[in-house]
Design a protein around this ligand. Structure first.
Ligand SMILES: [Zn+2]
Ligand SMILES: [Zn+2]
Length: 349
């Protein structure tokens, strides 16, 4: 089963064909997020360059689904992570990808290579352990009521996971429930002997390790800075922002309706991703935050005291890595974050 991945769109794709692989130059990753950057990346499979109506080009990679998964799990997390974490990730990434192949999120290919879909950063971060995890779970998917699950996941829930309707459509997805997650808190896992003496955040990939305040964070703006950011990101002139009022939160604490009060304009916005995008030059770690307004030598200051990294629905990657390091099996991890689901082996080749 082959999957088609749109890797990048640019005025001119720069690439180098190698013996069994190809190299793509200047691939942008983490688009719009705080880890946004460019990398050269190497891929297996075939490369097709599509010319778009607007004159740009798109690089599309076609590759076997199982080979795609090896790269995905070692892009999402470090391939040095505990094996049971890699196996859990292989199952959810496979389940998600099969659904995306049936209902593509993009025109002309099934999935993109960035955080919008799943990270797929080619061969650079890949090692034998990622391959082993994908082979050990070959064909396994997560199902609920006989159907393949839409396995959403995120980096760090912040203490409790979120439900579907806080992030996306107003529906109840029975296996995306809010569960308590003590595991992703450094105060919890820093005391544990993880991964045979390896320290700290070894389960995160290289550039994710730059983010260390993922569980509890703080962002501070003057009213002037905040007003400027919101004007730039929304395209609307709110005047000076005088208040941010959370009107509704999901069960984790993530805000899905936020009232932005300005001297010229007031508006209620949501859901969680829009709030994160409008309140940061890149994107806030999450929409779970308390707003504290203070006055500092006549300057109005907004302090956002936040928790977690990502939308919070489904599997908490850091929590799952810590569960695996504590000795939980991948079945236990999947059952914990997707209650009521079953591991189904029907897809085994
Ligand atoms: Zn996408
Ligand atoms: Zn968590």
């Amino acid at each position: 089963m082959n999957i088609r991945i749109g890797i990048l769109t640019a005025p001119q794709i720069e690439f180098e064909q190698r013996e069994h692989t190809f190299l793509l130059k200047n691939v942008r990753i983490g688009i719009g997020f705080h880890w946004d950057r460019h990398e050269d990346q190497e891929f297996a499979g075939t490369l097709e360059i599509r010319r778009n109506p607007d004159g740009t080009q798109t690089a599309i990679n076609t590759i076997d689904l199982e080979d795609y998964l090896c790269s995905v799990i070692s892009s999402e997390m470090s391939a040095n992570s505990p094996m049971e974490l890699l196996k859990a990730h292989a199952v959810i990434s496979r389940s998600w990808a099969i659904r995306a192949m049936e209902h593509p999120n993009h025109e002309g290919f099934h999935v993109c290579a960035d955080d919008h879909c799943q990270r797929y950063e080619g061969l650079r971060r890949l090692n034998e352990r990622a391959v082993q995890a994908v082979r050990a779970t070959a064909g396994q998917v997560l199902t609920y009521d006989g159907k393949i699950c839409d396995c959403r996941y995120h980096k760090c829930c912040g203490g409790r996971t979120e439900i579907w309707r806080t992030c996306w459509e107003d529906i109840d997805v029975p296996y995306i429930q809010s569960v308590e997650c003590p595991y992703c808190n450094p105060a919890y896992f820093n005391h544990l002997p993880l991964g045979g003496g390896r320290e700290g955040l070894f389960f995160l990939n290289d550039y994710d390790q730059e983010t260390t305040d993922f569980h509890d964070w703080q962002v501070t703006y003057t009213a002037e800075e905040l007003s400027d950011i919101i004007r730039t990101k929304s395209g609307i002139d709110f005047g000076e922002i005088t208040d941010l009022i959370p009107l509704h939160r999901g069960p984790s604490g993530r805000i899905d309706q936020l009232k932005i009060v300005g001297t010229k304009h007031t508006e209620v916005i949501g859901k969680e991703l829009k709030i994160r995008l409008w309140l940061s030059r890149s994107c806030l770690y999450s929409s779970w935050f308390e707003v504290e307004k203070t006055l500092n030598s006549q300057l109005s200051i907004f302090n956002l005291h936040g928790h977690g990294w990502g939308h919070g629905a489904g599997l908490c990657q850091i929590g799952a890595a810590v569960m695996a390091a504590e000795g939980h099996s991948y079945e236990e991890i999947l059952n914990y974050y997707y209650p009521g689901t079953r591991l189904n082996e029907k897809m085994r080749k």
